[in-house]
Design a protein around this ligand. Structure first.
Ligand SMILES: NC(=O)c1ccc[n+]([C@@H]2O[C@H](COP(=O)([O-])OP(=O)(O)OC[C@H]3O[C@@H](n4cnc5c(N)ncnc54)[C@H](OP(=O)(O)O)[C@@H]3O)[C@@H](O)[C@H]2O)c1
Length: 258
């Protein structure tokens, strides 16, 4: 199957969730590598600061405020961005995490799905048909290694990220032949405001600059999955192949949840 990878000459890069963490750093690194980058989040001031930082370095970042859970709003936002130039590369990065603390099927659970899964869908729905019509585009969906398997205190997060991984796999069959590349991003733990609030050990934690660099490298590669750090990725992939009795024992022991 031919792999579609876009270049700055094809149009804009669009990064959602770019007011902090991985999205912010990724937008900066893409801009430094020659992309004009449209960025989206709810906090305008943060996006404006990012745009100014890029402009001071001689690069272009264009802020567009939006809430990914607003389906109609996201469709309007994409029209607004595309009035500047077509979106060639979309990194649907927005995501949220609430540790499960007993009330796991309450509001936090639904919000996780609304943001992680619904928010990604609200970006794809209006954009992908445009890319198909142009016969060119590239979409990268932010999942997580937490989506490889059900992990303790992560019922909503693991299952929402798992759904995104499977969605990207299924999308690839339909979109690659139409000229639209599909990739999934599965980071391990990265130092960001999202993980700052975690009160549990985070093995193989990496810096946000390192994570964004690995994503940038992955976006121009022929890999479907951009996953890192390797030790975390292979550990979780291997554990997930075990029979369930061994899986539950090992993960429970390893996380102190047995
Ligand atoms: N950090 C990690 O260890 C790690 C590991 C694997 C995967 N990930 C994934 O990487 C992605 C980014 O995470 P991060 O660690 O960089 O988190 P972060 O620093 O909390 O950034 C989340 C971003 O999403 C935006 N956002 C949240 N809800 C939104 C909404 N409803 N509409 C629009 N924007 C919204 C936030 O901006 P506003 O608040 O301004 O809207 C912010 O820019 C997430 O999908 C996360 O699951 C992170």
């Amino acid at each position: 199957m031919t792999l579609t990878r876009t270049r700055p000459a094809d149009g804009l890069a669009w990064v959602t969730g770019a007011s902090s963490g991985i999205g912010r750093e990724l937008a900066l690194q893409l801009a430094r590598s020659g992309w004009r980058v449209a960025v989206t989040a709810r906090r305008l001031e943060e996006l404006q600061l990012l745009a100014k930082q890029a402009a001071d370095e001689g690069h272009v970042i264009l802020p567009f405020v939006g809430d990914v859970t607003d389906r109609a709003g996201m469709a309007r936002l994409i029209e607004e961005i595309e009035s500047q130039a077509p979106i060639a590369l979309a990194v649907l990065n927005v995501g949220t995490f609430f540790p499960d603390d007993g009330a796991w099927f309450g509001d936090a659970f639904r919000k996780t799905f609304d943001v992680n899964l619904g928010g990604t869908l609200n970006g794809l729905e209006p954009l992908v048909p445009k890319m198909i019509a142009r016969g060119r585009g590239q979409v990268a969906i932010m999942a997580s290694v937490a989506g490889y398997a059900g992990l303790p205190r992560s019922i909503a997060y693991s299952s929402s990220k798992s759904a995104l991984i499977v969605m990207a796999q299924a999308m690839r069959f339909m979109l690659e032949p139409r000229g639209v590349g599909v990739q999934v991003i599965c980071p391990g733990f990265v130092e960001t405001p999202l993980t700052d609030k975690n009160d549990f050990p985070m093995p193989f934690l990496i810096k946000v600059e390192d994570a964004a660099r690995r994503i940038c490298e992955g976006l121009v590669s022929d890999r479907f999955e951009i996953a890192f750090p390797r030790r975390m990725v292979w550990l979780l992939k291997a554990i997930n192949l075990l029979p369930y009795r061994a899986y539950f024992w090992l993960v429970g022991r390893g996380t102190g949840q047995a």
